[in-house]
Design a protein around this ligand. Structure first.
Ligand SMILES: Nc1ncnc2c1ncn2[C@@H]1O[C@H](COP(=O)(O)OP(=O)(O)O)[C@@H](O)[C@H]1O
Ligand SMILES: [Mg+2]
Ligand SMILES: [Zn+2]
Length: 548
């Protein structure tokens, strides 16, 4: 026998089977009992929430020979006629494919004849918002003076597209998204009836990923079943959904928090290799941050956070290491990434850039990122009597979020591994064109631009341009170095200079070069001082004093 999709096989038979829409089914049952049925209904709501199912139950109930408490018996001649779709009195019309004036005219002809067997003729018009203007007008005429034996049930996911004239003639019911717990219960009920063993955490994961649409949940369950296993486990669901398990999310966020970009990038590599869907993964990561946020604001997590007890414990641990605005910033960055990722053929790069931004707030200029940096400074300052000189502080502004002690030692530890020649004319040209070069690279390889931005052209060594990176930016240096050829091409394109390029850490560059750069640094100091002033105001706001 052909496989019948679960969501068809398990179409609700009575109003009680329809979950999560009690406000609607109760009203409909009462109308039936009180004989106060309307002639036109509008069922609105997301797909897969029970609109068609409820319409069909209602169509049977009003015609049933032995209704029980407002429900159809589902056994009498009429109920089974309707169920097997061989009763002309109940008609389902798909407005998406019958949306013309002629279709509705035909319907109006049909409406003239009273029901053959039942008490009512019921017309279920699905996707009614797809009707043409002419068709709506034709329908309106019928709705204005319907014969007493006619009931229209119009169903739509987009009620705002229905003309007001039609709306005003219908009794409107809004179908809600089905709650996760209600969904889990329904799925568990269906599995039990089919003798399928399934892990509850698996059902919870399905529900979480169905966005309130029970039909989607049943489709996912169907796919899990087609794996052929006797038991559906949490991991089976993960495989079907192409998501990752919680462990992976905890691990990635922990890398982000410790600014271990290298490991984070490796995890993303792993993600790609195992064929996971990036779009789904970004959503999962957002959900993880959302869970961290909930953990921070509430102790009562059951029902708010859909995770096992152990995972909630881990969530609490991780939440302690992260502050609220870092979380909200992460959610904002990732949400934007999720939107942008839809329009690119390279979602992976966007994910990498996002993770980079999260791990290194200094890559970003937003107020939130600045807050992150200020808080990091606060911690350092609170940790002891540290004298913050302007010079070093401006280095902080340049993006070295390492401790101040480290910046100092970095300055002291300059060793003499490489000698960079004094800059000549070529260097001047390159230096002037650097921003333009970066722009060209950004257009073609946004991730390369993101890392290279942290570097600075500092001089020439033979015929090689040296790009220096500050302490703490090893990752950026490495990543930039991997794009050497690409960068050299861009340099050639913009400046016409066929030269080589090399990335080095500042501490790898000899002190000769550092002094060569002094004049330039003076210019920059002015700019930086402005930044320092800004930061000082921030510090004052935080009631912190800078020792001068
Ligand atoms: N509220 C619900 N209660 C029980 N099952 C539901 C519900 N909503 C959807 N389903 C399941 O999804 C299938 C499709 O639902 P349907 O009523 O056609 O949704 P809609 O018309 O709102 O898109 C049903 O056959 C049923 O298996
Ligand atoms: Mg439907
Ligand atoms: Zn019946």
């Amino acid at each position: 026998m052909a496989h019948i999709a679960l969501y068809r096989k398990w179409r609700p038979e009575t109003f009680e089977d329809v979950v999560g829409q009690g406000h609607i089914t109760k009203t409909l049952k009462n109308q039936m009992k009180n004989d106060s049925i309307a002639h036109a209904y509008l069922f609105c709501g997301t797909r897969g929430t029970g609109k068609t199912s409820t319409a069909k139950i209602f169509a049977r109930a009003v015609n049933c020979l032995n209704p029980h408490d407002g429900n159809p018996c589902n056994e009498c001649e009429i109920c089974s006629g309707i169920k097997h779709e061989n009763m002309m009195d109940v008609m389902e019309i798909d407005a998406a494919s019958n949306n013309g004036v002629d279709d509705i005219r035909e319907l109006r002809e049909n409406v003239k004849y009273p029901p053959t067997k039942g008490k009512y003729k019921v017309y279920i018009i699905d996707e009614v918002h797809m009707l043409s203007t002419g068709a709506f007008n034709a329908l309106l005429k019928t709705l204005e003076e319907p014969p007493h034996y006619v009931i229209f049930i119009l169903a739509t996911t987009e009620p705002h597209k229905i003309p007001a004239t039609i709306l005003s003639r219908c009794q409107r019911f809004d179908f809600k998204r089905v709650k996760e717990s209600e969904m889990v219960d329904r799925l568990a009920y269906i599995c039990e009836n089919m003798n399928i063993e399934v892990e509850k955490s698996g059902l919870e994961l399905i529900s979480r990923n169905s966005d309130g649409a029970l039909r989607d949940a049943l489709s996912i369950l169907d796919q899990c079943l087609s794996f052929g296993a006797e038991k559906i486990s949490y991991d089976d669901v993960i495989d079907v959904l192409g998501t990752v398990n919680d462990d992976f999310l905890f691990h990635l966020v922990s890398c982000i928090l410790s600014q271990d970009t290298k490991s984070a990038m490796e995890l993303i590599e792993q993600l790609i290799e195992s064929g996971k869907d990036i779009h789904q993964f970004i959503k999962d990561l957002i959900e993880h941050y959302r869970n961290l946020m909930m953990t921070k604001i509430s102790n009562q997590l059951e029902g708010i956070v859909n995770l096992s007890r152990e995972s909630i414990e881990r969530l609490k641990e991780q939440a302690e290491k992260i502050n609220m605005h870092t979380i909200t910033r992460a959610i904002a960055v990732l949400s934007q990434t999720s939107v942008d990722a839809k329009w690119t053929s390279q979602p992976r790069i966007l994910l990498e850039v996002a993770v980079m931004k999260l791990s290194h707030p200094m890559l970003e200029q937003s107020a939130d990122a600045l807050m992150d940096r200020v808080q990091a400074l606060e911690k350092i300052i609170q940790s002891g009597e540290i004298k913050v000189s302007r010079e070093i502080e401006s280095k902080e502004m340049n993006g070295e979020k390492k401790s101040i002690a480290m910046s100092k030692s970095a300055v002291e530890k300059i060793d003499h591994k490489e000698k960079v020649l004094p800059k000549g004319e070529i260097f001047e040209v390159l230096k002037k064109s650097w921003n333009e070069i970066l722009k060209v690279i950004k257009k073609r390889k946004i991730s390369l631009n993101a890392v290279l931005m942290e570097g600075e052209p500092v001089g020439m060594q033979d015929h090689t341009l040296i790009i220096a990176f500050n302490d703490g930016f090893e990752f950026h240096k490495e990543a930039s170095a991997q794009g050497t050829e690409f960068i050299e091409k861009a340099i050639k394109e913009i400046t016409g200079q066929k030269i080589k390029m090399r990335c080095l850490m500042r501490k790898e560059i000899s002190s000769i070069q550092v002094s060569e750069n002094e004049s330039k640094e003076n210019e920059e100091t002015k700019e930086e001082n402005k930044e320092v002033d800004k930061i000082e105001t921030l510090f004052e706001d935080c009631n912190l004093k800078i020792l001068d």
